[in-house]
Design a protein around this ligand. Structure first.
Ligand code: 4NP
Length: 154
């Protein structure tokens, strides 16, 4: 299984999802079964490390995001990944616009797996630190839900 997390810039939400979900997979003993990556629909931050605020709140929970580097979503991702999960409705629209008609990839919102279908992980970029904390809590809940889903379905 291959899961791709997608946000706008790939420096706040989706790298956080990648780090949190990687740890959740390790704790569930599934690290060898599921490959993960993250990317952004935009190109502004390509090559950059995650936002320092995202790194800081993740590190407070023992998750090191410092090695991640931003990249942009591309059409090949739809051949490579089984799940392509957006953080908000704008991301989802951009994903659907790029998705080839013959792609079998499951496309949806990450928070669908938190039991809150249609809900969004809000963009924390222009807010304060509490926004990043909120993002992390939502992502932890969705990560656990996604693990349960993958165990059930695959
Ligand atoms: P992300 O957050 O999509 O969670 O990585 C953002 C990062 C940068 C910008 C917007 C959102 N930006 O406008 O530069």
């Amino acid at each position: 299984m291959k899961v791709l997390f997608v946000c706008l810039g790939n420096i706040c939400r989706s790298p956080t999802a990648e780090g949190v979900f990687r740890r959740a997979l390790e704790q569930a003993g599934l690290a060898d079964e599921v490959e993960i990556d993250s990317c952004g629909v935009g190109s502004w931050h390509v090559g950059k490390a995650p936002d320092s605020r995202a790194q800081q709140v993740a590190l407070c929970r023992g998750i090191d995001l410092s090695g991640l580097r931003a990249r942009q979503l591309n059409v090949q991702d739809f051949a490579e990944f089984d799940y392509v999960l957006g953080m908000d409705q704008d991301n989802l629209r951009a994903i659907c616009d790029l998705k080839p008609a013959n792609s079998q990839a499951h496309v949806g919102l990450f928070l669908d797996f938190a039991g809150t279908p249609g809900a969004e992980v809000p963009d924390p970029y222009y807010g304060g630190d509490e926004g990043f904390e909120n993002v992390l809590n939502m992502i932890e809940a969705a990560s656990n839900g996604l693990i349960q889903h993958l165990k059930r379905e695959h």
